[in-house]
Write a protein that binds this ligand. Structure first.
Ligand code: PGA
Length: 255
């Protein structure tokens, strides 16, 4: 990771946990943070939407951030069951994940949908964590770089800059499977992402954080987080346990 980009360690809880689980997880993290004092990374958790107020209250003053897992592209209106970016910001979120592969698959979200959601998130003052990544078939066909470039071109709003955008590279075949690309492969893809971002948004691409996601855990975090163009992680399964999630943060700068 480059010195100018503070690594972000973000937990994607997905559709897991009831209120008691959320509280004990977050209390564990707040305790770790209080014991650690200054840390060389930013940490944020993205709980299921209804748990956001509870979690935001529990992390208040700790320095740990909160994010949503999705938002609607519209400001407000007749969209039953959806959550607006303004509401997320109002509840204390600083981030929102958009375009996660599970949403692209489960809800048929296209790059254009993701871009509209990211733009709305930015207008609401949130930082959009825009997810991209190839499937196993695309990787096997040698299409990884073409896929991530196409997704970046389609999903990243023109106004993207370090203050309102984070990219998360998550190979679909690595999510929740225990499989990860080699460190060299991860670095190659991240470098290609940054270079493509430069073409889209200019020099500010140097300051935009590019996270790796997909089976990141304490055992592989130090190696992945040490890579030049990896600026943190988006962590699913291992973020559901305070000790393992914190241990991933502690791996920053340890390799
Ligand atoms: P995982 O999920 O860490 O459980 O592989 C990552 C993600 O989907 O963001």
């Amino acid at each position: 990771m480059a010195a100018t980009r503070t690594p972000l360690i973000a937990g994607n809880w997905k559709m897991n946990g009831l209120s008691a689980d959320a509280l004990s997880l977050v209390e564990g993290l707040v305790g770790q943070k209080a014991a650690a004092g200054e840390i060389p990374f930013e940490m944020a958790v993205c709980p299921p939407a209804p748990l956001i107020p509870l979690v935001a209250k529990a992390v208040n003053g700790s320095g740990i951030g909160v994010g949503g897992q999705d938002c609607h592209a519209a400001e407000k209106g007749a969209h039953t069951g959806d959550v607006s970016a303004d509401l997320l910001a109002d509840l204390g979120c600083g981030y929102v994940i958009v375009g996660h592969s599970e949403r692209r698959t489960d809800h048929d979200e296209t790059d254009a949908d993701v871009r509209a959601k990211a733009a709305r998130a930015q207008q609401a003052g949130l930082s959009a964590i825009i997810c991209i990544g190839e499937t196993e078939a695309e990787r096997d066909a040698g299409e990884t770089l073409a896929v991530v470039r196409r997704q970046l071109s389609g999903s990243v709003p023109e106004a993207a800059a370090a203050a309102n955008t984070v990219i998360a590279y998550e190979p679909v075949w690595a999510i929740g499977t225990g499989k990860t690309p080699t460190a060299a492969d991860v670095q190659d893809v991240h470098a290609a992402i940054r270079s493509h971002l430069s073409g889209l948004v200019g020099d500010s691409a140097q300051d935009i954080r590019v996270l790796y996601g997909g089976s990141m855990k304490p055992a592989n975090a130090a190696e992945l987080l040490a890579l030049e163009d990896v600026d943190g992680g988006l962590i699913g399964g291992a973020s559901l346990d305070a000790e393992s999630f914190w241990a991933i943060g502690e791996a920053v700068g340890k390799s």
